[in-house]
Design a protein around this ligand. Structure first.
Ligand SMILES: C[S@@+](CC[C@H](N)C(=O)[O-])C[C@H]1O[C@@H](n2cnc3c(N)ncnc32)[C@H](O)[C@@H]1O
Length: 270
């Protein structure tokens, strides 16, 4: 495990391995927000340049079993005020929503967020698919933490002002020339994760991303002074995340920065 001390009390812990194995070592009731952007079961490996990850299950049922087993094993680590955001797309969002209803209870559903990203091709045979679904559930409907994010108002009457965001988040996906692009397939934009974390994790709280890829969630958390824990089974993903966090730490003005390589066992509670 690698621990980055970013600023003040903000720490980012990073560990290579399977989500299922790694989450067993999480301290009970230590996490404020779970964000997962798992493989979507597209049926083929996702590639970008020299990087790739597997994204294929024999059928939807086995994908749902894989996801359900890991989500269930993670629940003990979540605080009663915690939020869960599961990022999926048209292939499985209907099935994952049923899974979450069964795992948590229908009354724990908060939002079906639509991430409308714009870029990409179109089809002569159907409406162009231009959004992902982020299923937002809580642990306790009476105790979950939420700070409504503000976005620029679009009406002429409110021109120049901000309003509370709807459940449609219009944020462009990362274009090929973007400075933040690090080359991990399906890398998500920092702007999306910053909006979600600002809304769903209290200041000073802890975000868990067990399929962290290039570390977008962890970097967004650090930028917002939240601690974060990340797992990924790919050593390449972990290396990219380490690089992004090291660059951020180098740019931060704090004196008390450090990085420690500790054991291979995740001990995010320590
Ligand atoms: C959609 S990508 C995440 C992208 C990430 N949000 C970003 O912005 O870079 C899914 C990630 O899940 C990882 N993954 C797949 N199976 C895993 C498992 N069982 N445990 C941990 N990570 C896994 C893959 O290596 C991949 O990096």
């Amino acid at each position: 495990m690698t621990t980055f001390a970013i600023q003040n009390q903000t720490r980012v812990q990073l560990s290579q391995g399977d989500w299922l194995d790694r989450c067993a070592a999480l301290a009970a009731r230590s996490v404020d927000m779970l964000y997962v952007d798992p493989p979507f079961n597209t049926g083929s490996a996702k590639r970008s340049g020299e990087h790739a990850f597997e994204d294929s299950w024999p059928d939807t049922q086995s994908y749902i079993r894989w996801l359900g087993q890991r989500l269930e094993a993670t629940l003990p680590a979540l605080k009663s005020s915690a939020n869960l955001l599961i990022h999926v797309d048209w292939r499985t969002s209907h099935r994952v929503r049923v899974l979450l209803d069964e795992l948590l209870g229908e009354d724990r559903f908060v939002n079906q967020l639509v991430w409308s990203y714009g870029l990409g091709g179109s089809s002569p045979r159907r409406f162009a698919r231009k959004h992902d679904d982020i299923l937002y559930y809580c642990i306790d409907p009476n105790a979950y933490w939420f700070d409504p994010p503000l976005v620029p108002a679009t009406s002429r009457k409110m021109s120049g002002q901000h309003k509370k965001s709807t459940d449609v988040l219009s944020i462009p996906s990362i274009n090929n020339m973007a400075h933040e692009r690090v080359g991990w397939p399906t890398q998500k934009p920092l702007a999306l994760l910053e909006l979600l974390i600002g809304a769903c994790c209290p200041p000073g709280g802890t975000v868990l991303d067990p399929c962290c890829g290039s570390g977008t969630t962890l970097l967004a958390a650090a930028r917002l002074q939240r601690s974060a824990i990340g797992f990924d089974r790919s050593s390449e993903a972990i290396a990219l995340t380490q690089r992004r966090l090291a660059e951020f730490r180098a740019c931060s003005s704090s004196d008390d920065l450090e990085q420690s390589d500790t054991t291979n066992e995740p001990t995010p509670d320590s």
